[in-house]
Write a protein that binds this ligand. Structure first.
Ligand code: SF4
Length: 402
C-alpha cells in the first residue's frame, strides 16, 4: 500500500479501511500524517475556533473493587487511604468551579461496593436542587455497569434512573482499548468487556444523552488493536451519532502494578492524527495536555485536535500515576492564540458560550490543580450511614466509628 495514494484518498474525502489506517499510522511520515489530520480538522472547523470547557474533574471515591493493573489511583476496600467525598465537600467544589466560570462537574470514581444506586440519585438530586443550571457529566460506562450489577437492574434502567435524578451526559472513560485480549491483560475485562462498554454508550445515546469516547493507549496493545478500537467507535457513531468528541491519552505507568514506559510525544501525535483520519464521523477531537503537557497539547492543534479539553481545576487519577500538568484558562488561551486559533468557551455539547471569561471579569489564577482531599483528611461523610453498607470493612467502620 502506498501512503501517497492513501493521502489522496483522504484528501478526496474517502473513508479509510482498517488496513489503510494501519498503513498510515505505521508508515506515513509524521509531517504527512499531521498535514492530513490538519486538513480534515480545517474542513470540519473552517472558522479557526479552538474550544475548551471550564469544568472540574471530581473523583467522588477512590475505593474500587475492579483493580485494573494500569491504575495508580484506586485503593482496595478497607484501605486507610480510601475516601468517599461528602455531599457538602462536593457542593464546595461546585462553588469553587462556578467562581472560576465553570458550569459542570466531570464526576467519576472507583467501583465502591458501599455506594448503592440511591447514593448517586440523592447526590444528583441534591446538586440539581442547589444549582439547577449546573451540569453533571458523570459516571463512565464501567461505573454504570457496576451500578447495574449492584442494583440488579439493567443498564438501561440504571441510565433512566440516573437521568431522572439529574445526569446530563456520560464521559467516555474506562474504554482503555476496546479489544478483549487487551482488556484481559489489563485486568479490566471483568469491569466491562469491549461489547459491554459500547452497549452502555448505545443505551445512553438511545436515551438521548450525548457522550464522549476515549482511548488509553500504550500498555500492551498492538498497533492493529489500537486501530480496532478506533473502528469500533466509528461503527457505533455511524449507528447512533451520539458521541460529541474523542479523547486519546497515553498510559501513565508510574506507581502502577503494570509498570512499563510512557509512549512518546511523537507516538501521541501520530495516534491523534490517525484518529482524526479514521473518525470521520466525529466532529471534535481533544488535545490531552493533562497527560502530554502544555507544549505537546498545543502541538496537537496541528495534528487534528480542535479542542483543548477542560481547564479541569482538579485532577487525581493521572496525578497518581505521575503526571501533574496544570493549565488555567489564561494559559490555555495563550497556547491557543499562539498557535493561530481563536479560543472560545464551550459546554459539553460543544455549543460555544463566548470569549475567555478572564477577559470579562477577574478570575483567580490557578497555578496547580486541586486534589480530591487534603493529605491526611480521613473524615467520613455524615450521610454515608443512610446507605446500606455492603463490605465487611464498611460494616466494621460503622460499628467502631473509624
Ligand atoms: S481505572 Fe477505574 S475501575 Fe480501574 S481500578 Fe482504577 S478506579 Fe477502579
Amino acid at each position: 500500500m502506498n501512503c501517497d495514494r492513501l493521502a489522496a484518498k483522504v484528501r478526496d474525502g474517502g473513508r479509510l479501511a482498517p488496513a489503510e489506517a494501519l498503513e498510515l499510522y505505521l508508515h506515513a511520515p509524521t509531517s504527512l500524517l499531521g498535514a492530513l489530520a490538519d486538513e480534515v480538522r480545517a474542513r470540519k472547523h473552517p472558522d479557526g475556533v479552538v474550544s475548551y470547557i471550564i469544568d472540574r474533574n471530581v473523583n467522588y471515591t477512590n475505593v474500587c473493587v475492579a483493580r485494573c493493573n494500569f491504575c495508580a489511583f484506586y485503593r482496595p476496600v478497607g484501605s486507610n487511604e480510601g475516601y468517599v467525598l461528602g455531599f457538602d465537600e462536593i457542593f464546595r467544589k461546585i462553588d469553587e468551579t462556578i467562581a472560576l466560570g465553570g458550569g459542570q462537574l466531570l464526576l467519576q470514581g472507583g467501583h465502591n461496593p458501599d455506594l448503592p444506586l440511591d447514593w448517586y440519585e440523592d447526590l444528583f438530586r441534591a446538586v440539581k436542587q442547589r444549582y439547577p443550571a449546573f451540569r453533571l457529566h458523570a459516571l463512565s460506562p464501567p461505573e454504570v455497569i457496576h451500578l447495574s450489577r449492584l442494583s440488579r437492574l439493567t443498564v438501561a434502567e440504571v441510565i433512566d434512573r440516573l437521568v431522572a435524578a439529574g445526569l446530563d451526559s456520560i464521559p467516555g472513560g474506562g474504554a482503555e482499548i476496546l479489544v478483549d485480549r487487551v482488556r484481559k491483560l489489563l485486568n479490566c475485562y471483568s469491569k466491562a468487556t469491549a461489547d459491554e462498554w459500547l452497549d452502555v454508550m448505545r443505551h445512553a445515546h438511545r436515551a438521548g444523552l450525548r457522550t464522549t469516547a476515549t482511548m488509553m493507549y500504550g500498555t500492551v496493545e498492538t498497533a492493529e488493536e489500537r486501530m480496532e478500537h478506533l473502528f469500533r467507535l466509528r461503527d457505533l457513531q455511524d449507528e447512533t451519532g451520539g458521541f460529541t468528541a474523542f479523547i486519546a491519552w497515553s498510559y501513565q505507568p508510574e506507581h502502577t502494578e503494570l509498570g512499563g514506559a510512557e509512549a512518546t510525544g511523537v507516538d501521541y501525535l501520530r495516534t491523534l492524527a490517525t484518529a482524526r483520519l479514521v473518525l470521520d464521523n466525529f466532529d471534535n477531537l481533544q488535545a490531552s495536555w493533562v497527560t502530554q503537557g502544555g507544549k505537546v497539547g498545543q502541538l496537537s492543534l496541528a495534528f487534528g485536535a480542535n479542542d483543548m479539553g477542560s481547564v479541569m481545576i482538579e485532577e487525581n487519577v493521572v496525578r497518581a500515576a505521575g503526571a501533574a500538568y496544570c493549565m488555567d484558562e489564561i494559559e490555555i488561551v495563550r497556547n491557543v492564540e499562539n498557535a493561530g486559533f481563536i479560543p472560545k468557551r464551550r459546554n459539553m455539547h460543544y455549543e460555544l458560550l463566548g470569549d475567555p471569561i478572564f477577559r470579562e471579569r477577574n478570575v483567580p489564577r490557578m497555578l496547580e490543580l486541586a486534589v480530591a482531599r487534603a493529605d491526611g483528611d480521613t473524615s467520613r461523610p455524615p450521610e454515608i450511614v443512610r446507605y446500606a453498607a455492603r463490605s465487611a470493612a464498611e460494616k466494621k467502620a460503622r460499628l467502631t466509628g473509624h
